[in-house]
Design a protein around this ligand. Structure first.
Ligand code: URA
Length: 209
């Protein structure tokens, strides 16, 4: 089974409380999502492998560490995942960015894939899928399906708020992926919103509704 971690750093928790508040406007919401994603990038990359490198300081030649191994791809699930891209890129600026678009079929209520554009070497990259909310898990499961179909092997998913139902569904469908979230909430209400959650993350990020 992959990792499941709640990233409860005090700075992350504080900023998350700000955006949960229904009085938080679009500007601050966006800024906070950006800052939380920045901090999450730091946490989820904690185990990146290092290698020795020899450099010369102004004083002497020395052996130091640099990140080795796989290159990174950040993959937002459209549309709300876009809000987490810049914050992640600030920490991992050389990462490539792929996109996965999904909409919810009004009849079946199931997510349908409509757009997938990924770096051509996706099978060799460490992938960070980003989406603010893990609700039923439907979109996340389909996003991982879409990635695996194209050869992806090393997949981590980063959420701001997760529902236990979504975590369970995702772990059952894809036991090999790692899941990181800034908060694990109580559950889903009858409309499919996370409780207490923060409402519709896409609408709050983009000021739509
Ligand atoms: N998607 C959202 O944006 N919010 C929820 O609470 C659930 C799914």
């Amino acid at each position: 089974m992959g990792k499941f971690e709640v990233l409860d750093h005090p700075l992350i928790q504080h900023k998350l409380t700000i955006i949960r508040d229904k009085h938080c406007g679009t500007k601050v919401f966006r800024e906070m999502v950006n800052e939380i994603s920045n901090l999450m990038a730091y946490e989820v990359s904690r185990d990146m492998p290092l290698e020795d490198v020899t450099i010369e300081t102004p004083i002497q030649v020395t052996k130091q560490k640099q990140i080795s191994g796989k290159k990174v791809a950040i993959v937002p699930i459209l549309r709300a995942g876009l809000g987490m891209v810049d914050g992640m890129l600030e920490m991992i600026p050389a990462a490539r960015v792929g996109h996965i678009g999904m909409y919810r079929d009004e009849k079946t209520l199931k997510p349908v894939e409509y757009f997938v554009k990924l770096p051509s070497d996706i099978s060799e990259r460490q992938i960070f899928v980003v989406d603010p909310m893990l609700a039923t898990g439907g979109s996340a499961i389909m996003a991982v399906d879409a990635l695996k179909k194209r050869g992806a092997k090393d997949i981590r998913l980063c959420f701001l708020v997760a529902a236990p139902e979504g975590v369970k569904a995702l772990q059952e469908a894809h036991p090999d992926v790692d899941i990181f979230t800034a908060a694990l909430d109580d559950g889903l209400n009858e409309d499919g919103y996370i409780v207490p959650g923060l409402g519709d993350a896409g609408d709050r990020l983009f000021g739509t509704k």
